[in-house]
Each structure stands twice: as structure tokens, then as C-alpha cells.
Design a protein around this ligand. Structure first.
Ligand code: NAD
Length: 499
């Protein structure tokens, strides 16, 4: 039975909440070695948030030492697969049992609607941990073909200590995408969440420990990128960095790996994904996909459908339909409001960046079709209404750079060839979509769009069985699916000679 949630319910829960802001190292909450903390305003109303431990290299050293010790002792790595599976399944259960608390933490940090945090983010986090738990006792190694007097075992072994560095837009989901396969494969992890969103990661780690993860297997160090992420990525005893974030910082991470111990790197980076709409498509379906694909999570989604590439003859009709879908379905409101489909942007500086990009787009010839304005300023929070800037050309900065706000740019085209070249004319390659009723064209296009995921006549459909990640400067390595396990393993050959 579903509960009848109200705004008051969440206000009451917030009044009682005492979120934990200290690091989680070696199975216990720990203050920063320097004793320093930092405070960030809450996106939904600008009020001060929770005091968070401000980590630095010393805290990273402690967390890496705990992770290494756990790995070396084999307390997790060598446990019976069935036992490991039970512990991770219990972890997923605990996440579900604490769903309201985790949803509250996520909304306080990120400003997304509480019902989205509850029904999407927490649910997918638990599902992600469960997905990898279930794989633990179903993975086999290989025996390579050899002559009769030898046996060559090809073992898939955990890499060791994984540093996971994550962004603020979907903290619970992206943490689960990394922790699930990394821990299921037998590694130890030091997780550095974004400074904007530490709370859910800290709680997630404590729940993992409660479920039975041995101390040191999962550690969380909070703090700023330069002060904690950088020493983690430069650490000589970290074997791999699994990073999700901006392309700019992704490039730094590759540099840190090169400067230190040639640690492995997996990068999930930015995007500027095209949604190509031909005049022969179902325009209602395309309008709904374009609106939800771009505006969900206030546009703070790496694979958001941010470039609408539309056949010129239907641009105006389609934009009107997007406006109607948005007005009807995508309510922007305070995150505790039960009607909210989208909430606040992450922080003041990001709000100013989004507003600046909108002004630039208008100044360079774009036309505001609707929305894309600051709203609800009286709340003290950081809200921008979803909107479309039309008549944009693909060389304008608003069409080339990530806005990471609820702003869709519309770029008209005249021929199929032109549509394809605009779609691929980007440094990114995370996702894309094509809308057409011509299945030959759908097939041609889905093969030709150079991106990790391409949708046909839909947007943002996925499940855990499908790998997610990018081409080009959207990075490399895949989250989700059975293939994500490979990322956290190395192959080891054991050759046995007989007679
Ligand atoms: P960001 O790159 O600013 O920060 C990401 C993480 O890196 C944070 O934890 C941050 O503290 C840390 N960091 C910052 N500087 C660092 C440094 N010098 N060394 C080590 N760590 C450092 O990104 P963000 O603003 O948190 O997130 C938004 C970006 O993430 C967007 O570009 C978005 O497209 C991308 N993203 C990609 C995916 C994907 O799967 N491809 C998913 C979500 C977000």
C-alpha cells in the first residue's frame, strides 16, 4: 500500500533529522584529521545545510590504508560467494527500509523533488546494489585451450583499492553504479562524493556496514575536489579511479593517474545529446520525449536531450507541443510539494551560470520560445523554469556547451545529411535519439549517431541490463550491466604444467 505523503510529512521528518556529516572510515564515523568542516546552503531555500567534514590528503591516506588492509586480509575478497551475496542483498534491503530517510538526505543536498528522490533515486540505488549482489555467485572463470600436459586458468581477480569520485546530480544512483560492481567483484573502495552532496553517501556506507560489509571495505571521505579528490587520484596505493563528473575534471584525473602509479581510470563525463526529429514522426511522442528528456532533474542530467535537431517545417509545431507538455506535466515547485516534478538547481553559482548561458544564447540570435527564466526567488532557492530557446545554430556556445539546467535549444535542419552532421558535430558522445516513422532511416541513424546509447522513437529508456557510458569526450568504461564487473577486475593467468 502506498503512503499518502504530504508536504507536512516531510517537514516533520526534516525537523527530526540529524544527518551525519563526518567521514566513514574503517567502519566508523570520523571527524576530519584537521577538525575542519564546511557548510553549504540548501538548494531548495538557501538555508544552511549540514556541517560536513572537510577532508584532505591525511584523511585520504587513512581511508586508503583501511581499504588496503581490508583487501590484503581478504576479509571480503575471499569470503564465500554466497555469503557475500547475502550481505549485499541485506544492504539493498536496508536501503529500502531507510528509503524515506535517504530520500530526505538526497533532496536536502540536491534540491530535487522528494517524491523523485524516493521513487526513483533510492529505488534505483537499492536495485543497483541488488543487481550486482545477485551476480556474485554466478560468475565463472575460464580455462584456456592448451596442449594435454598443461592447464591454463584465466582468473578474473579484483583490482584492489578503487577510488570512486562522484558528482552531485544523482548521488545515490551513481554511487550504486560504482559500489555495486566494485564491491561485488571483491575490491575495497574509497568513495569521494561531490562536496554538494555528501549526506546520502555517508548513510549508504553505514548501511553497508550494518549489513555486514567488513570494516575498511567501503570508506567515504567528504570534501572539495582539489583537497580530497585530487589526493585520492594521485595516491600511490589506489589501483583505479572510477570517476563520474565533468570532462574538464576527467582530463585532470587522467593526468593524475599518469603522474602517479598509472592507475586504471574509468571516466563517465559530460554530454550534449541530440534528439533528432523528422517531420514524419509522431510529434506528440517526440514532444513528450524532448521535454522529459531535457527537463527531468531540472536538466541536471549528463545524457539530457539538450539539442533538439528538428526538421524546419515542423519546428514551430513541435516547440508548441513541448510547451504544452511542459505546462501540463512538468510542474516546477518546492521539492517538498507533492505536485513538484522538478525542483531547484544545485547552487547559486550554478544558477548564475545557467542564466548567463541563456542570456548569451538570446544575444547570439536564439529566440525564447517559452520559460528558461529565474522563478520562485522569494523562496531563497535556485529555480529556473523549463524552457526552449529556438532558432539556435549548432556553432553557438549554448548548443556546444553543457548548460546543466532545464533549457532545450532547438536547431532546425533541412536534409537528413545535415541533421546527422549536426547531431555528430559535438565533442561529446554520451547519448542521442532519432524520431521518425521511416524504419530504414531509424536504422541508418541509430547506427550513425556516434554515442554510447541511441534511442529510436523514445528517450531515456534503460534498465540495469544495458551498459551506460560515452564515446569521444564523454569518456570510456561502462556503468551498469554485467560488463561493469569487468571494469573492476583484472585477468590473471595461472599456467600449470603436468608431466
Ligand atoms: P565535477 O567534475 O565538477 O565534479 C565531479 C567530482 O569530481 C566531484 O566529486 C568533485 O569534488 C570532484 N573533483 C573536482 N575537482 C577535482 C580534482 N581536481 N581532482 C579530483 N576530483 C575533483 O562535476 P559535477 O559538477 O559534480 O557534475 C556535473 C558533471 O558530471 C557534468 O559534466 C555531467 O555531465 C557529468 N556527469 C556525467 C555522468 C555520466 O555518467 N556520464 C553522470 C552524471 C554527471
Amino acid at each position: 500500500m502506498t503512503k499518502d505523503y504530504t508536504r507536512q510529512y516531510w517537514e516533520d521528518l526534516l525537523a527530526k533529522a540529524r544527518p551525519e556529516g563526518r567521514h566513514f572510515i574503517d567502519g566508523a564515523y570520523t571527524a576530519a584529521a584537521t577538525g575542519k568542516t564546511f557548510l553549504r546552503p540548501r538548494p531548495m531555500d538557501g538555508q544552511p545545510g549540514t556541517e560536513i567534514a572537510r577532508g584532505d590528503a591525511e584523511d585520504i591516506n587513512l581511508a586508503v590504508a583501511a581499504a588496503r588492509a581490508a583487501f590484503a586480509r581478504g576479509v571480503w575478497r575471499t569470503k564465500e560467494p554466497l555469503e557475500k551475496k547475502k550481505i549485499m542483498l541485506k544492504w539493498a534491503d536496508l536501503i529500502r527500509q531507510h528509503a524515506e530517510e535517504l530520500a530526505l538526505l538526497e533532496t536536502l543536498d540536491v534540491g530535487k523533488p522528494i517524491m523523485a528522490s524516493l521513487n526513483v533515486d533510492v529505488r534505483l540505488c537499492a536495485d543497483g546494489i541488488q543487481y550486482y549482489a545477485e551476480m556474485i555467485d554466478k560468475l565463472y572463470d575460464e580455462i584456456a585451450p592448451t596442449g594435454p600436459n598443461a592447464r591454463a586458468l584465466v582468473r578474473k581477480v579484483p583490482i584492489g583499492v578503487i577510488g570512486a569520485i562522484t558528482p552531485w546530480n544523482y548521488p545515490l544512483i551513481i554511487d550504486a553504479w560504482k559500489l555495486g560492481p566494485a564491491i561485488a567483484a571483491g575490491n575495497s573502495v574509497v568513495l569521494k562524493p561531490a562536496e554538494q552532496s555528501s549526506l546520502s553517501a555517508l548513510r549508504l556506507a553505514a548501511l553497508g556496514h550494518e549489513a555486514g560489509l567488513p570494516a575498511g571495505v567501503l570508506n567515504v571521505v567528504t570534501g572539495y575536489g582539489e583537497e580530497t579528490g585530487k589526493p585520492l587520484a594521485l595516491h600511490m596505493d589506489v589501483d583505479m579511479i572510477a570517476f563520474t563528473g565533468s570532462t574538464e575534471v576527467g582530463k585532470l584525473i587522467m593526468g593524475y593517474a599518469a603522474q602517479s602509479n598509472i592507475k586504471r581510470v574509468a571516466l563517465e563525463l559530460g554530454g550534449k545529446s541530440p534528439i533528432v526529429v523528422f517531420a514524419d514522426s509522431d510529434l506528440d511522442a517526440a514532444a513528450s520525449a524532448a521535454a522529459w528528456g531535457c527537463f527531468y532533474n531540472s536538466g541536471e542530467t549528463c545524457h539530457a536531450s539538450t539539442r533538439l535537431i528538428v526538421e524546419r517545417s515542423v519546428q514551430d509545431t513541435l516547440v508548441e507541443k513541448i510547451k504544452a507538455v511542459t505546462a501540463r506535466e512538468i510542474t516546477l515547485a518546492h521539492p517538498f510539494d507533492m505536485s513538484a516534478q522538478i525542483g531547484a538547481l544545485i547552487e547559486e553559482s550554478h544558477l548564475q551560470k545557467v542564466l548567463g548561458m541563456i542570456s548569451d544564447g538570446l544575444a547570439s540570435g536564439g529566440r525564447r520560445a517559452f520559460g528558461a527564466e529565474r522563478v520562485l526567488d522569494d523562496t531563497g532557492g535556485y529555480y529556473v523554469s523549463p524552457g526552449v530557446i529556438a532558432d539556435v545554430s549548432n556553432d553557438m556556445p549554448i548548443a556546444r556547451n553543457e548548460i546543466f539546467g532545464p533549457v532545450l535549444v532547438s536547431i532546425p535542419f533541412d536534409t537528413e545529411q545535415e541533421a546527422l552532421s549536426i547531431a555528430n558535430d559535438t565533442i561529446y558522445g554520451l547519448a542521442g535519439a532519432v524520431f521518425t516513422s521511416d524504419m530504414n532511416r531509424a536504422h541508418r541513424f541509430s547506427e550513425a549517431i556516434h554515442a554510447g546509447t541511441v534511442w529510436v522513437n523514445t528517450y531515456d529508456m534503460s534498465n540495469f541490463a544495458t551498459p551506460f557510458g560515452g564515446f569521444k569526450q564523454s569518456g570510456f568504461g561502462r556503468d551498469r550491466s554485467v560488463h561493469a564487473i569487468d571494469k573492476y577486475c583484472d585477468y590473471k593467468t595461472i599456467w600449470q604444467q603436468f608431466g
